[in-house]
Design a protein around this ligand. Structure first.
Ligand code: KG4
Ligand code: ZN
Length: 336
């Protein structure tokens, strides 16, 4: 089966081809980072317009590179939500038009399921497993019973982990999105200089809170001379990175223990964080749990994960009608 995937939920326009015989045949991305950087965050209307300009040319490029004609496709998968509705509508309308023209099934994918199943693009899944989904908009613990059967066990009470990275990076004058910059700079930072809070550390629930971290960083930053030295930025980046990783790891393994699963997974943009990947790998090994970090290209938003999730649904006989709607937010377990 050859499935075309489209992803336009936020600021990345991505198209991919998943081929059940050979895996991901193509995964193309047109990033809008430069467009939004000047505003310090994603501007929804600009994102929609950029998707409108870039999406179909990207699809055409993919079809040409693969030497495919529309009739060669077996289905079209598209992110239906959650995300920016205007941005999602561009992907959804395009996917419907292609599916209709090719007379092939359309399948809507929940963006978080795409992130979770991206793990299967790296190695065969070991299930049941505990998956920590950490992105710019989500921080959730999901029990994966099997492909298509998930249970949300907890999540953030305020900001998402990616948001915490991005907001603190902004405070430090780093470009958007800040996560990769903090990750890179923290390597040269002193881990003992800034000891930032680990919110809800003693709370027995499977919950996270990151909104206080920004304030803690701001208070530390205010004490520093301006402009910040490279060392100050590296040390504060290290402090933030370590604090976020500590809380994420603690909850992931707490949930894994409670549910006695043999494997843990990471998903979403923050799963690309080197420190987090190393910390989870070390702890998983210590506890004898299976863990393979997802390839970094499949952590941040990409259409390969959507095409693959679409393939799983189509293979299980599920697809959607041309009346499929988009949604800004809805739980992974009950969005249809
Ligand atoms: O999954 P994603 O591409 O988009 C959403 O669905 O939100 O995640 C984007 C988030 C941003 O907050 C970005 O700063 C963060 O992922 N991110 C990282 C890293 N790479 C991306 N955060 C920490 N370390 C990274 N290396
Ligand atoms: Zn995402």
């Amino acid at each position: 089966m050859k499935i075309l995937g489209l992803e336009t939920s936020c600021d990345d326009t991505s198209v991919a081809l998943y081929d059940s015989e050979q895996g991901v045949a193509e995964n193309l991305l047109s990033s809008q980072v430069d467009l939004h950087d000047q505003f310090g965050g994603v501007v929804p209307e600009l994102a929609s317009r950029a998707h409108l300009v870039n999406l179909l040319p990207l699809v055409e490029h993919l079809m040409q590179r693969q030497g495919l004609r529309p009739g060669d496709l077996d289905g079209v998968a598209v992110t239906a939500g959650p995300g920016l509705v205007g941005a999602l509508l561009v992907g959804l309308s395009t996917a419907k038009a292609i599916a209709r023209a090719c007379e092939k099934p359309l399948v809507g994918v929940h963006h978080l399921e795409g992130h979770i199943l991206a793990n299967a693009l790296t190695a065969d899944l070991v299930l049941p497993a505990m998956c920590l989904v950490v992105s710019g908009g989500h921080t959730e613990l999901v029990l994966m019973r099997e492909v298509g059967r998930y249970e949300r066990l907890g999540g953030t009470l305020d900001d998402a982990a990616g948001e915490a990275f991005d907001k603190t990076a902004k405070l430090l004058g780093l470009p958007y999105p800040g996560g990769p910059h903090i990750d890179r700079l923290s390597v040269d930072g002193n881990p003992d200089r800034f000891r930032l809070p680990r919110p809800l550390h003693k709370d027995p629930r499977l919950v996270f809170s990151f909104s206080g971290l920004k304030t803690a960083v701001r208070l530390e930053a205010e004490k520093l001379p301006r402009p910040y030295s490279d060392q100050d930025i590296a040390d504060l980046s290290r402090g933030v990175q370590d604090a976020i990783i500590d809380v994420l790891c603690q909850r992931l393994f707490q949930a894994a223990k409670q549910h006695r699963v043999p494997a843990v997974y990471l998903a979403g943009g923050v799963a690309a964080n080197q420190g987090l990947r190393q910390a989870v790998a070390a702890e998983a090994e210590r506890r004898g749990l299976h863990f393979v970090p997802p390839e970094r290209v499949y952590c941040t938003d990409n259409a390969a994960m959507i095409a693959y999730a679409g393939f799983c649904h189509l293979a299980a006989g599920r697809h959607d009608g041309l009346d499929l709607d988009s949604f800004a937010r809805a739980p992974l377990t009950s969005w249809r």
